[in-house]
Design a protein around this ligand. Sequence first.
Ligand code: 13P
Length: 258
Amino acid sequence: MAAKRRILIAGNWKMNGLKKDARSLAGALGTKMSKLKAKPQSKPEFEMLVCPPAALLGPVVDAVKGKGIAVGGQDCHANEAGAHTGDTSAALLKSMGCKYAIVGHSERRTDHGETDAMVKAKAEAAHKAGLSAIVCIGETLKQREAGRAKSTNKKQLAGSLPAGATAKNTVIAYEPVWAIGTGKVATPEQAQEVHALIRAELAKAIGEAEAAKMRILYGGSMKPGNAAELLALPDVDGGLIGGAALTVADFWGIAQAV
Ligand code: 13P
């Protein structure tokens, strides 16, 4: 029997928004979640997460306090502390009130040269600090067109999966690079094929029972209009949402599709 996994609707705000925008977006989502929670018959069937830029964590944590919305960082350093100008430690994220840290986003792999080994170390640092790691993988258009979508994801997963990964401390996000911010979304067949592959690889790495419980998110131009179809796929357990996480209407619209 398929394991029941709680859908995770995660917003990655990337480098967007100022303090006032963050406050108003988080505040409005908080109000919507509170209203939903207040209705006994409609207990949210999903978990909501917002990942603002590091400098906005404080205001966002304050804005969603007690509203049933989790907060996460977009990255963390592999080391606990030290001379790493501009970086953020997992322990600091935790102390700010975060529950999650995204690691290995393709934009960080590209902009900051992050390798699978670095992503793995960051995920392990997140665990050590008591955070759940959202480990991102995904192929480029060139890799897909060369017929290497599966092998690329397999390799990235094997290299980036933290030691001691469990369904509780780790979430995988499949984000095909060609679908990020492009308006091109993976077809349900493409998404399910890679998600099923990821789960099969996880089963080999951490055992079938844990793999069956681990959440695998889809990311790449998810919008209210395509979310229902993607979230209904057997191995899609939520979304990691960029552009559509920046407005209440779109992000809430996606959550409503659960
Ligand atoms: P978009 O939803 O803007 O395509 O971004 C996806 C993403 O990169 C989330 O991490």
